[in-house]
Write a protein that binds this ligand. Structure first.
Ligand code: SF4
Length: 370
């Protein structure tokens, strides 16, 4: 069966003979508006709907729970796939009231083993299907009050998994999210965050040039980066930045460089100067100035022994001052949802241990507007 929430109108006409593109657009629109295939869709023939119904289905992810943060309006969803894997999705409030971004997982677990990341502890389980990625957005939408204008404005591929290691499905899901008759999410409001797979970055530039790229830098110093991010052994940062440079030139978009500050590991003045030098080189070679995002470290298991410690306020300020003096403004990412292990680096299928301690979100059904 074709998972109907994961097709564009063009893919629907290709997959099911006898479905013209205009009707396919209306059907895709109705599916995303109603979260189901309605019995009647305006200006679509019954025979077309019957064909689609016979060939397609709308599989779902079971919602195991939704935890609201007590300290900010983040919500973490714990979802089960039909195969029983647990994936996590985070609803991120944006500055504009009623607008949200959805932090989606692209894999169950992750095989890249970054030392500061909770998902790494799960190991790689499997790539998520396109519908499983899109369905995470639908799950979040079901918890919004769409009558009051709440809506999903953006998607960030920064949940569990390395999106560029599941690129076929990630690109397909970007096209579905982008589709004007579908979720209609602007490409500029979609960000793909990677640990650094050069071939994937180049392909993303070719096949989804409207979406933004974010790189996890971890350290500008090769020996330190290799220790924090083992993927650096296969793809050293210099190669990743070559690909990011091409991405910047092809798309005209500045990359985001995420930098998780770890006390005594990568947060010295020397580290900051080395990072500033990398950014200067990136610009000199024709790239756009990277947007530096400083990510405070969030403990993976707050109750357990810690491998890393969050940088102190003073060390973080000194680090950012060096960047600023080098003409490189940085932005401190507000990494919300830490109390529900929903912040950056904390997604590790921990819902079971925490369910019951946090209030559940009321999952209101979407309004019917056709
Ligand atoms: S930071 Fe990303 S790439 Fe690294 S282990 Fe975690 S999920 Fe995987």
């Amino acid at each position: 069966m074709i998972p109907l929430q994961a097709v564009t109108p063009a893919a629907l006409t290709e997959a099911i003979p006898g479905v013209p593109i205009e009707e396919a657009r209306r059907i895709v629109g109705a599916i995303h508006r109603h979260d189901r295939l309605p019995a009647v869709v305006r200006n679509v023939r019954r025979i077309t709907l019957d064909r689609v119904r016979a060939a397609g289905a709308l599989p779902t992810l079971a919602v195991r729970g939704a935890q609201c943060s007590r300290i900010d309006p983040f919500v973490k969803y714990s979802l089960s796939t039909p195969g029983g894997e647990v994936v996590e999705t985070v609803r991120i409030p944006l500055e504009r009231h009623g607008r949200y971004s959805v932090c989606v997982s692209s894999q169950a677990g992750c095989g890249l083993g970054c030392a500061f990341c909770g998902t790494a502890r799960l190991g790689f389980q499997r790539n998520l299907e396109t519908w499983e990625i899109i369905e995470q957005v639908h799950v979040v939408r079901r918890g919004l009050n769409r009558v009051q204008g709440q809506r999903v404005h953006g998607i960030v591929f920064q949940g569990m998994g390395e999106p560029l290691a599941n690129l076929d499905n990630v690109i397909e899901s970007i096209h579905v999210a982008n589709e004007p008759s579908g979720l209609a999410i602007d490409g500029r409001a979609i960000t793909v965050c990677t640990a650094g797979l050069p071939a994937g970055i180049r392909r993303l530039a070719r096949e989804a040039p409207a979406v933004r790229l974010a790189l996890s830098i971890a350290s500008p110093i090769p020996s330190v980066r290799r220790r924090l991010m083992p993927i650096d052994l296969a793809f050293p940062l210099a190669e990743v930045l070559d690909a990011a440079l091409e991405h910047s030139m092809v798309t005209g978009l500045a990359p985001m460089w995420s930098f998780t500050l770890l006390d005594g590991v990568n947060d010295s003045v020397h580290d900051a100067r080395s990072l500033a030098q990398l950014a200067r080189d990136f610009r000199r070679r024709g790239g756009l100035r990277p947007r530096i995002s400083i990510v405070p470290f969030n403990p993976i298991d707050p109750a357990g022994p810690q491998s890393f410690v969050r940088s102190s306020h003073d060390r973080e300020a000194a680090f950012r001052r060096v960047l600023s003096e080098a003409g490189l403004p940085s932005h401190k990412r507000y990494s919300g949802g830490a109390d529900i292990l929903g912040a950056c680096g904390q997604l590790a299928g921990s819902h079971a241990q925490h369910t019951g301690q946090m209030p559940f979100v009321a999952l209101t059904p979407p309004p019917v507007d056709d």
